[in-house]
Structure formats: C-alpha cells, structure tokens
Design a protein around this ligand. Sequence first.
Ligand code: ATP
Ligand code: MG
Length: 285
Amino acid sequence: MNRLRIAIQKSGRLSEKSLELLREAGISLTNGSRKLLSVAQEFPVEVIYLRDDDIPQYVEDGVTDIGIVGENEFVERNCRVDLVERLGFARCRLSLAIPRSDSYQGLEDLENKRIATSYPLILNNFLHERGIKAEVHVINGSVEIAPSIGLADAIFDIVSSGSTLISNGLKEVETVMRSEAVIIANRNLGEEQQGLLQDLRFRIRSVLAASNNKYILLNAPNDRLEEIVRVIPGMKSPTVMPLAEAGWSSVHSVLSEKEFWAVIDRLRELGAQGILVIPIEKMIV
Ligand code: ATP
Ligand code: MG
C-alpha cells in the first residue's frame, strides 16, 4: 500500500513537538529518530528524519510528500512547495539587532552597515523593500557573537525570549517576520497521497483545536442563567440541565484558551459556582 512520507527535523527544536503532534494524531513511531526512516503502525505513514534546512528542497523534489519545518526555513529556501497548515509551536520572530550602546533612530542607521545572518534571502528582501543598502554576511550558527568579534555591525537572527541577545550585549531594533512550525507539501501529490494528507490534516486540526480549548462545567442560579449563557457561547450553544436542587442549573460548554480568564472572571461575578475546567482530548472540527 502507498504511504504518505513525512519529513521531520532529525534533532533540534522542532523534533520533539513534531513527533508529539503526530502521536496525538494517532501516528506513533516505534524507534524514535535513531533511524533515517520509520514506519507508523496504525496509519499509512512513514517518517524520514532530516536537517531542517534540507526539508523544503526534499519536499519540492518529491523525495518526501510533506514536511514539518519552521516558516522561516520555508520562506528562506524559497522552494516551490505549498504551506498547508500552521501548527502553532516553535513560535519565534526574525529580528535585526545591534550593540546595546549604539544609537538607533530607524532603518537608515543600517545603511552601508555589515549585517550577519543565516537568513540572507529574507533579510535582502526586507532591505530591498525598504530601500536600504547594506552588506549582508552569511554565517551559519552563532550569529549573535558576530558584532562582538568585529565581524558585523548588526545581526539578523531568530529571537524568542530575547535572552540570547541580552547576554551578547545586543538590542532588538526591528522585527522582520514572525514564524511558527508549518506543514509544507509537494505540489504534485498523487491522488492517494492527497487523500492521506487530507486525513492527516483533519486529525491534526482536531488535536490543535483541542489544545486551544477547555471543557467547562458550572452551576448557575436560574435567575442569572440567561446572562451566564450569553457569556459562554460554546461550540453551538451551552448545554443546560436542571440540578436536583431547585433554582439551580448545570451549564456545560467549551471555552477557548484566549478568552478563558476573562470569561471565568465574568462568570464568578454573575454568581456561577462549582466551576470545573477539563482538558479536551480531541475536538472534531
Ligand atoms: P538543524 O540541525 O536541523 O539544521 P537548526 O540548528 O537549523 O537545526 P533549530 O535551532 O533546531 O535549527 O531550530 C529549528 C527551528 O525552530 C527554526 O528554524 C525556527 O523555526 C524554530 N526556532 C529556532 N529557535 C527558536 C526559539 N528560540 N524559540 C522558538 N522557536 C525557535
Ligand atoms: Mg538548520
């Protein structure tokens, strides 16, 4: 039988989360990343482990059908592949940074400066759009030390918390792009592969929706029921059931992570009691 071949990062920041996502989507791999390739038991999928830099090209060439990479790598490699799903992990940004003691009024200050980066394409596109000319130096790895050893005046690199910049005496001056892990796909998948990809995307969306939502149960005094129901719309609308005690109802619903605390505060103000919040295993979307 035909299998969908998925490339994931062999070892790095994306590896663990990629495997976890596949596992939650019902695709468990027995041997981890020690081999080059492993085959899933329950779903016609095989996983190939690669350096993240190589994944977009392998997907374009059809060596692998789809891949999980950082959006930054997808944009930088400029390969003819489709971005089919955003996965919400490995969030980071690509930013310009300069030595902390240097003054900065705006991008013009980078005119004719040397900028070290591992992402020359993204940087050159950005500078070109803004009409800034600078010398872009490509370095692979440890970009953040380039200014202190006199190799560059500025850097363009991945930032998440900013602590690496601080410990290297740098400050972030411009955010150029935001990135998260994404699924990219070959543009000429066969019919069977396309079907498998649709199935996989459906499963992944259910996993992601579940992790972004919580199940909530609470007891509401009947005289405030209408207001309480208005605060928690739920998937369709909340389930309301009478409690054994007269004058009270049990309300069940689904709340998204984003609005979570605001809604909980409002519910307490409205007299809701016995509020329980439960993680959702899967949410079929
Ligand atoms: P490889 O050996 O596979 O080439 P790498 O060293 O190029 O690995 P990693 O550092 O493992 O790459 O990062 C992989 C991806 O994870 C990056 O392309 C980016 O999308 C994301 N990423 C990198 N650093 C961070 C961070 N600090 N926080 C969140 N996401 C990050
Ligand atoms: Mg890499």
